[in-house]
Design a protein around this ligand. Structure first.
Ligand SMILES: *[C@@H]1O[C@H](CO)[C@@H](O)[C@H](O)[C@H]1NC(C)=O
Ligand SMILES: *[C@@H]1O[C@H](CO)[C@@H](O)[C@H](O)[C@H]1NC(C)=O
Ligand SMILES: *[C@@H]1O[C@H](CO)[C@@H](O)[C@H](O)[C@H]1NC(C)=O
Ligand SMILES: *[C@@H]1O[C@H](CO)[C@@H](O)[C@H](O)[C@H]1NC(C)=O
Length: 482
C-alpha cells in the first residue's frame, strides 16, 4: 500500500546547462533518473534527452495522501538526483513535500535504534526513515507490535509497540506470558537491535521458560523448524521449581527460527533465534596504556579493557562482537589520571612544587609571619585524589605582652583587633621615679614568642645597667656603658 503516490504526467521543462561544456567530469553527471519508485509506468527513456547534461527536471505531480497538484523538481547534484522539491506554483517556493515524523520517547522499556544509534530522546525523522524496535530486557517483556516502523510522510507506518510484562515480573499471577531466560552454556550469543538472539554455530544454549512447577502443569516448548530438542525441568539447584528448560546443543544454522513457550494457562511467549557464523575483525587499540582481555572475535564475544595504573579509561570497558560483524563501539582510550588542580588557598600561601600526575607532589609554604595549618606536602593518590586538603596559612601572633608594675606600654598593637603579629615592636616606659630594668622594647618573632621577657620598673638606685631607655614617644637612645 503506497499512500504516497507521485504521478508524473510529463516532463515540462528540461533545464539544460553546460551543454557543450565537455570539460565536466563524468563523476558529476547524472544518469537517467530512476523514477520507478515513484511511478513504475513512466519510461524516462522516451524523452530521448541526454540526462548526463541535464541539471534539473521539473514536472507536475499529484502528491501525497491528498493528491495535491504541485510542480516538483529533481536536481542533479554531483552525479546524484536529489529531491523532489515541490511548490504549488511554478514560481513559488520549492520545498520537500514529504513530512517528517516525530518519535516520542515515552516507553523506557522500548529500545529504539535508527541506523547504528539508539534513540533516547524525542526526535524528528525524515520521510522514509526506518526505526527498529524491541523490548530492552530480552525475555522479560513480551514484545507486542511491529518491530520496525517507517516514517511515511509525517506518519509512522504502525502504532508504537508495547512491552508486556512476563511471569517473573507479575509474580506468576494473572495470565502473563511466561518469562524466557537464556543461558549460553558454551560458545557465544548476543541480542541484536531487532530483538533476535544471534548465536554462534556450535554453541550450546539453554532456553528456560519460567513457570511454577506443579503436577500435570507443564509449560510446552515448540519451535518453527523440524529438528528435535528435549525439554525438562532444570536440574540445577534453585532452578528445579521454576525453570522449564529446552536444551539446544551444538547449534547449527538449521536450528534458526522461532521458539515458543506456552504456559499451562495458554499464554505464549516467542523468541527468535538465528545461528550465524559472524566474526568481527581484530580489535584495533591505538591508544597506549590500554590493557585488553579478549574472549575472541566471534559473534557475542566480549573484549574487556582496563588502563595501566595512573591512567583512567575514556570509553566503554567492554565491547561485544555484534550481529553486523562490528564491535558494539570503538575501543576506549586511556588517559592519564591527574589530580584536580590545586590553587593557593589564600594570598599568603605559595606552591613550592606542583605535579598533579599519579604519585606527584604538591608542596606548600607560607609567607613570612604565617604558619601552615595542615599537611605541608600532598601526594596525588590512585583514583586521582590528593592525600589531604590543601593547607592554609594563618598569621602568627605573640601573646599580649605583660605590663610590669609601675610600668606601661607606650605602643599599641598594629592590628585592628589588638593582636601582635610577627614584627610588632612593643616599647615600655616606667612611671615617674622608676626606671626600666631589662629590654625596654621587645619584638614579636616568627616563633610566636617575644624577643625578650618584659622589663621591670625599679627605683633608680636599683638600676644596675641599662643599654637603652625610652626618652620620648618616638626616640630610643642608646647609651654606651660608662
Ligand atoms: C554504521 O556505522 C558505521 C561506522 O560507524 C558506518 O560505516 C555504517 O554505514 C553505519 N550503518 C548505518 C546503517 O548507518
Ligand atoms: C512480587 O513479590 C515480591 C515479593 O513477594 C513483592 O515484593 C513484589 O512487589 C511483587 N510484585 C508484584 C508485581 O506483585
Ligand atoms: C518468527 O516470528 C516472526 C514474528 O512473528 C515471523 O515474522 C517469522 O516469519 C517467524 N519465523 C519463522 C521461521 O517462523
Ligand atoms: C610527576 O610525578 C611523577 C610521579 O612521581 C613522575 O613520574 C613525573 O616525572 C613527574 N613529572 C614531572 C614534570 O616532574
Amino acid at each position: 500500500m503506497n499512500k504516497f503516490m507521485l504521478l508524473i504526467l510529463f516532463i515540462v521543462a528540461l533545464f539544460c546547462q553546460n551543454l557543450g561544456d565537455k570539460l565536466i567530469a563524468d563523476d558529476y553527471k547524472c544518469s537517467l533518473p530512476d523514477v520507478t519508485s515513484i511511478d513504475k509506468k513512466l519510461d524516462v527513456g522516451r524523452f530521448r534527452a541526454d540526462f548526463a547534461w541535464v541539471s534539473e527536471v521539473k514536472f507536475p505531480g499529484l502528491i501525497g495522501p491528498m493528491n495535491e497538484r504541485l510542480i516538483c523538481k529533481i536536481k542533479c547534484v554531483d552525479g546524484n538526483w536529489v529531491g523532489p522539491l515541490c511548490s504549488p506554483t511554478l514560481n513559488g517556493r520549492f520545498q520537500p513535500v514529504l513530512r517528517e515524523c516525530l518519535y516520542r520517547h515515552r516507553n523506557p522499556l522500548l529500545s529504539v535504534t535508527f541506523r547504528n544509534g539508539s534513540v533516547v530522546v524525542d526526535t524528528y525523522f525524515p520521510h522514509g526513515a526506518v526505526l527498529a524496535l524491541r523490548c530492552k530486557h530480552f525475555g522479560l517483556y513480551k514484545f507486542a507490535g511491529e518491530s520496525s516502523l517507517r516514517c511515511d510522510n509525517g506518519e509512522w507506518s504502525h502504532k508504537m509497540p508495547s512491552c508486556v510484562p512476563t511471569s517473573l515480573i507479575t509474580n506468576y499471577t494473572g495470565g502473563a506470558p511466561p518469562t524466557i531466560q537464556y543461558v549460553v552454556a558454551a560458545g557465544s550469543a548476543v541480542v541484536e537491535s531487532r530483538g533476535q538472539l544471534l548465536v554462534y554455530p556450535g554453541s550450546t544454549l539453554w532456553l528456560d521458560c519460567l513457570w511454577p512447577r506443579a503436577p500435570e502443569q507443564e509449560p510446552e516448548w515448540t519451535w518453527s523448524h523440524s529438528g528435535r530438542h528435549t525439554a525438562a525441568w532444570a536440574s540445577d539447584d534453585g532452578d528445579t521449581e521454576l525453570h522449564y528448560r529446552l536444551a539446544l546443543t551444538r547449534v547449527t544454522p538449521r536450528q534458526s527460527g522461532n521458539y515458543t513457550c506456552t504456559s499451562p494457562a495458554a499464554s505464549t511467549h516467542t523468541i527468535s533465534i538465528k545461528v550465524v557464523n559472524i566474526v568481527c575483525p581484530p580489535i584495533d587499540v591505538l591508544s597506549p596504556h590500554v590493557t585488553q582481555f579478549a574472549q575472541g572475535t566471534r559473534l557475542g564475544n566480549a573484549v574487556h579493557f582496563s588502563c595501566q595504573p595512573g591512567y583512567h579509561i575514556n570509553g566503554p570497558t567492554v565491547v561485544s562482537c555484534m550481529g553486523d560483524g562490528r564491535w558494539s563501539s570503538a575501543p576506549p582510550t586511556c588517559e592519564e589520571t591527574l589530580c584536580p588542580g590545586l590553587r593557593a588557598s589564600g594570598p599568603h600561601v605559595a606552591l613550592l612544587e606542583y605535579n598533579a600526575s599519579l604519585g606527584g607532589r604538591a608542596v606548600f609554604a607560607c609567607a613570612w609571619g604565617y604558619r601552615l595549618v595542615g599537611a605541608p606536602g600532598l601526594e596525588c593518590e590512585p583514583g586521582g585524589r590528593w592525600s589531604a586538603d590543601a593547607p592554609r596559612c594563618i598569621p602568627i601572633y605573640c601573646p599580649d605582652p605583660s605590663v610590669p608594675d609601675r610600668g606601661r606600654l607606650v605602643t599599641a598593637a598594629t592590628t585592628r583587633d589588638g593582636k601582635y603579629p610577627v614584627g610588632d615592636l612593643v616599647v615600655y616606659a616606667c612611671d615617674d621615679g622608676y626606671q626600666v630594668e631589662g629590654e625596654s622594647s621587645i619584638v614579636c618573632t616568627e616563633s610566636g614568642f617575644w624577643s625578650h621577657p618584659p622589663p621591670f620598673c625599679v627605683p633608680p638606685s636599683e638600676i644596675r645597667r641599662a643599654d637603652t631607655i625610652y626618652v620620648d614617644n618616638t626616640t630610643l637612645v642608646n647609651f654606651d656603658e660608662p
